[in-house]
Design a protein around this ligand. Sequence first.
Ligand code: ADP
Ligand code: TPP
Ligand code: MG
Length: 348
Amino acid sequence: MVNEYKVRWILANEFQLIDDCFKPLSAGLSQDEIGIGDDGAVLDVPVGKQLVVVTDTLVKGVHFPGDAKAYDIAWKAVAVNLSDLAAMGAIPAFFSLALTLPDNDSDWLKEFSAGLKAIAEQYDIKLIGGDTTKGPLTITVTAQGWVDKQQAVLRSTAQPGDLVCVSNTIGDAAVGLKIALNTMSAEVLQALSAEQQSLLLKALHCPQPQVFIADLIKDYASSAIDISDGLLADLNHIIEQSSVKSAMPLQAVIEVADIPLSDALKNYVKASDDWSPVLYGGDDYQLCFTAQKDDFAEMDSVAELLGVKLTVIGEVGLAAESQQSKIQLKLNAKPFQVDKVGGYLHFS
Ligand SMILES: Nc1ncnc2c1ncn2[C@@H]1O[C@H](COP(=O)(O)OP(=O)(O)O)[C@@H](O)[C@H]1O
Ligand SMILES: Cc1ncc(C[n+]2csc(CCOP(=O)(O)OP(=O)(O)O)c2C)c(N)n1
Ligand SMILES: [Mg+2]
């Protein structure tokens, strides 16, 4: 059945909205390609490459606070998708945008399209289409990228003896969320300078997807995942899927003290003795990957040239059959217990 509201919305606004806000982001396709304006986009696939397709949705109140800025919402909706592509070792090329809006607020849309433009320019990707409907604010982005044939990096190919590594720092966005939602005690908040608080909020609202190390991941990582649900939960996907694929019972032994923290997070952990944002906070959009020991030094030196810090936090090994958790945590070499291992769950 035709949705009356959608029809009204489309007739009144959609074409103007698309022309004004989104069509400019489609510029730069080749003469043979078709972007925004027809029933579908038509795109060339470079010779020798495979297409990698990812999609993620952001919902108001679930993925971002109700008072988040339109610019930041747009940035994050695209960033989380580029993060998935980077984890596959793929270079992003295009994205499409399914937008559900509660009303036609032109100031909000201008800000939203400025955020889209900023991230599209930063990572050289083109908007190739989408859909616009009326309803509770929800943004779904689908992104496409390329990887050399059969070189995509999977979650399921870690091997015993591999190092477990992460990019940059972990836990910033989860503590940023505590600041945004005002759920941190005044005492702990005092341990963070104003500048540190604003860096943590930036990590939450404007994550930097690790696009620039996608090629390195492709060339050196034995498996990879991006950290959206939390370090332990996402590493657990690598361990579980690699155990199935290799038909070996794998585990990861992680040294919590080696997990790279920003100065703000060091202050937070010191003041609160709470490791949960680091271990299962989520929203990091850093990469967690495994690599053979012999490959790490070379990979790390190239990453450094690209301005990305890589850190070894543990090692993959064989688990005892009786072992309950496939991730063993240590803090300064002593067994470290946490209340839960799970990360963010939508239906818990
Ligand atoms: N509604 C769905 N329909 C089909 N596949 C889905 C759906 N939701 C998730 N998936 C697939 O399940 C896998 C895991 O999804 P998810 O946990 O969202 O991964 P990520 O953290 O990388 O976004 C992915 O391959 C994803 O494409
Ligand atoms: C208002 C608000 N509450 C909670 C969070 C934390 N949060 C929401 S969803 C999520 C996990 C990532 O989202 P998901 O849809 O699971 O992404 P995917 O794993 O599919 O990439 C986290 C950490 C947030 N970012 N904003
Ligand atoms: Mg997803």
